[in-house]
Design a protein around this ligand. Structure first.
Ligand SMILES: C[S@@+](CC[C@H](N)C(=O)[O-])C[C@H]1O[C@@H](n2cnc3c(N)ncnc32)[C@H](O)[C@@H]1O
Length: 303
């Protein structure tokens, strides 16, 4: 700011000009965490009210969720968590793994060099619970992306419930990799989580058949991210238990990483689902007052 001939302070040209673009307000880390946690607690209570058929309680809880800003506000808070200064989007971890597992993947994945049955199609990723079209997995150029979310935030994200997505008619509608990043923990009940995991199998290609030897150790696969305490501090879940559940579904863990906040996994689909499918119930694996109740229940083929 300068001084003009009359000695008055010159105002900057922008002073008094109406703002053209308003930046979205950033929410503090603590407020972000509180909002996400409150939303999860309320969704869980709502699922319990629905299970009991308690319509009045359900309506009251829905009003509380709406007062918090609903799914939209929750998604905004989740997007804040994806900002680079807060660790970036989780698919950066996936892309780092892929780079080490198959350094030439971006060349291999180009349509002309994929083995004959997928030639021309390239590798396809289904990102369930997508909040952005500019995540590392989208920007990599390795995948043909399909993104879905219960509440689409932008063009390029289809508004769709994964649990109601029409089943693929043939392999051209199946995927090489599915991303469930912070989605499984969004599902409010343990049975629903088990069903979501089982449903991933319907949308993935069969193991081995489609891939060159270079890609066979990576695809078809499931990239999964959860809040770390779901595994490290749950009464009903631990590392060995999630391994058993996933192994039963035919998945093998090929990569994992635990940070203070998150656990990341890459599960490769290696074999058919165990038959008959054994049940995984909600059984206490460790006790203690400070534990959380995250669980995954698989009903098993006998019901
Ligand atoms: C915490 S956000 C996670 C967003 C992002 N994937 C990430 O890692 O930050 C969870 C998102 O999953 C979406 N979601 C949950 N269940 C879903 C389902 N059955 N089908 C599609 N999207 C779902 C929610 O709408 C929400 O936007």
């Amino acid at each position: 700011m300068g001084v003009n001939k009359k000695g008055r302070v010159k105002k900057s040209l922008t002073t008094g000009r109406p703002p053209t673009v308003l930046k979205p307000k950033s929410i503090s880390r603590k407020a972000t965490r509180t909002l996400i946690n409150s939303h999860h607690v309320l969704e869980k209570k709502k699922a319990q009210a629905i299970a009991k058929g308690d319509i009045a309680a359900q309506a009251a809880i829905e009003a509380e969720i709406a007062a918090l800003g609903g799914l939209e506000k929750y998604q905004q808070a989740s997007l804040q968590g994806q900002r680079l200064d807060r660790g970036g989007d989780s698919s950066r971890v996936l892309m780092e793994w892929l780079k080490t597992m198959s350094p030439g993947l971006s060349d291999v994945a180009s349509p002309s060099s994929v083995s004959s049955s997928t030639r021309g199609a390239g590798l396809r990723m289904l990102e369930v619970g997508a909040l952005s079209t500019a995540n590392a997995c989208s920007k990599s150029g390795i995948f043909g992306m399909e993104r879905i979310d219960l509440n689409s935030q932008s063009d390029g994200i289809l508004q769709q419930d994964f649990m109601k997505r029409p089943l693929p008619k043939d392999d051209s509608e199946r995927f090489d990799i599915i991303s469930l990043s912070l989605v499984l923990n969004f599902v409010p009940d343990a049975i629903g989580r088990g069903e979501m995991l089982l449903r991933t199998l319907e949308f993935l290609k069969e193991p081995d058949t489609h891939y060159s030897s270079q890609l066979r150790d990576i695809f078809p696969s499931l990239f999964m991210v959860l809040p770390a305490p779901c595994i490290t501090n749950s009464r009903y879940m631990n590392e060995a238990h999630i391994d058993s559940i996933m192994n039963t579904l035919g998945y093998m863990k090929v990569q994992s990483k635990t940070t203070q906040k998150l656990v990341y996994y890459l599960w490769v689909r290696k074999s058919a689902v165990q038959s008959p499918l054994p049940a995984f119930k909600k059984l206490e694996l460790r006790s203690g007052h400070s534990r959380n109740n995250f669980a995954i229940v698989i009903r098993g083929s006998s019901g």
